[in-house]
Design a protein around this ligand. Structure first.
Ligand code: C6P
Length: 419
């Protein structure tokens, strides 16, 4: 993808028009204009999403799939419209393959619990990678402990890619005992875009079930679950301009039908007696309890909002910011960027000699600049790179080159103060 300022201009990317839709960008922090570079933690929300959620509370508020009254019917219709929006956005075959959860963490816990029950026996293997978020490590560890299975890890190179000698020939990772491949699509710490399609194909050849953590992909890449060929795909609404407390687990119909439920309660049942319970059909089998209806409606609106834009142009803009910020940050003495993969989204993790990331984050905040510091819920990855934490900037469609320049200048100033 070409990423010069010129090509972005030619595509008519109007960042100011986009910025105008995010009310929070008018806020000031410590008297300075807010520069929000913590989008990988949670993205900001356009006015349309905030309005969709508040309109639901102001004019519809009722429980879904439970009443015959008008408000309940309207709430059900609005929630199911969001499900259909998401279905088309990720190109799932059926709307009932889209399960609403509270976020990626819940989606992955559902996947690990249920697949563990369905598939894992003593000595079986679950394959993950060295760049997984704790949410795609711990649920599998718990499942392995429950069923006597073994967690295996694909190593990460110095550049922050999956071990290259196995990129073309992934066979070494898989054994006849590999039952599940669970892989992040995009690393939240490194920004690396993993070749998930090839690894999924490899796992499939050996009969493994494939799970993708799409938390960091959904706002930046076109997701086509049928093209990827994955069995399960998890993401959060709040990283894709939608509300917190919302998420999705996409699942292939045949597999979801085989998987046992994760949580029990209202809405996920067909019949209940004290002797035996039978379960509702998809997707409700996996949606126990009252969902975050307002949030789901907001998430549908967030996806529709993104679809109103050319995602390629958004990606090109973010890539421009990535290239510019990388180049400028590298001019700072003692700078080490962790994560230099060829295929990256707009995430830069870095450490600076003699500067603690926490101190830098605090000084940047005083300049109105929000970045994330710490281990980013990827402690094994920190250990792999021999650091306790990093400073991370992560870009969204509304960020600008001027904001990058402010961040670099503020970092340079902070380094002088801290050394
Ligand atoms: N990463 C970050 O700052 P939840 O919290 O359930 O919405 O998402 C969990 C999660 C799972 N996988 C990946 C790749 C993620 O990046 C995240 C969330 C945030 O990087 C918060 S730790």
């Amino acid at each position: 993808m070409s990423t010069t300022a010129d090509t972005v201009e030619k595509k008519g990317y109007d960042v100011e028009e986009i910025r105008a839709q995010f009310p929070i960008l008018k806020e000031r922090v410590h008297g300075k204009p807010l520069v929000y570079f913590d989008n990988a933690a949670t993205s900001q929300k356009p006015r349309r999403v905030i309005k969709a959620e508040s309109t639901y509370y102001a004019t519809i508020n009722a429980n879904v799939h439970r009443g015959v009254h008008t408000l309940s019917t309207k709430a059900t219709e609005a929630q199911e419209a969001a499900r259909e929006t998401i279905r088309t956005h990720i190109n799932a075959k059926h709307a009932h393959e889209v399960i609403f959860t509270s976020g990626t963490t819940a989606s992955l816990n559902l996947a690990a619990f249920s697949l563990g029950q369905l598939l894992l026996k003593k000595g079986d293997e679950v394959l993950i990678s060295g760049m997984e978020h704790h949410s795609n490590i711990v649920p599998w560890q718990l499942a392995c402990e429950r069923h006597g299975a073994v967690l295996k890890v694909i190593p990460v190179t110095d550049e922050g890619e999956l071990e290259p000698r196995r990129r073309d020939d992934a066979t070494e990772y898989f054994t006849e005992r590999t039952k599940v491949l669970a892989l992040t699509h995009v690393s939240n710490t490194l920004g690396t875009i993993n070749p998930v399609k090839e690894l999924i194909a490899e796992a499939k050849k050996r009969g493994g079930v494939t799970v993708v953590d799409g938390a960091q992909a959904i706002a930046h890449l076109d997701i086509d679950v049928q093209d990827l060929g994955c069995d399960l795909y998890a993401f959060s609404g709040h990283k894709a301009y939608g509300p917190t407390g919302t998420g999705v687990l996409y699942g292939r119909e045949e597999l979801l039908n085989e998987m046992p439920p994760w949580q029990g309660g209202g809405e996920m049942i067909d019949t209940v007696t004290f002797e035996k319970t039978t379960y509702a059909k998809l997707p409700f089998k996996f949606e126990a309890g009252t969902p975050h209806i307002a949030g789901i409606i907001g998430l549908g609106e967030a996806i529709r909002w993104m679809e109103d834009y050319d995602k390629q142009a958004m990606a090109a803009h973010e890539h421009l910011l990535l290239e510019h910020a990388t180049k400028e940050l590298l001019t700072i003495d003692g700078m080490r960027i962790i994560g230099t993969a060829k295929e990256k989204v707009g995430v830069i993790s870095f450490v600076i000699e003699g500067v603690h990331h926490y101190d830098l984050g605090t000084l940047l905040d005083q300049q109105g600049i929000a970045v994330r510091t710490g281990h980013h819920c990827t402690q094994p990855l920190m250990e792999r790179f021999g650091v306790s934490g990093t400073t991370r900037t992560s870009f969204a469609c509304f960020n600008t080159v001027e904001e990058v320049n402010s961040m670099v200048a503020a970092t340079r100033k902070a380094v002088k103060m801290l050394r």
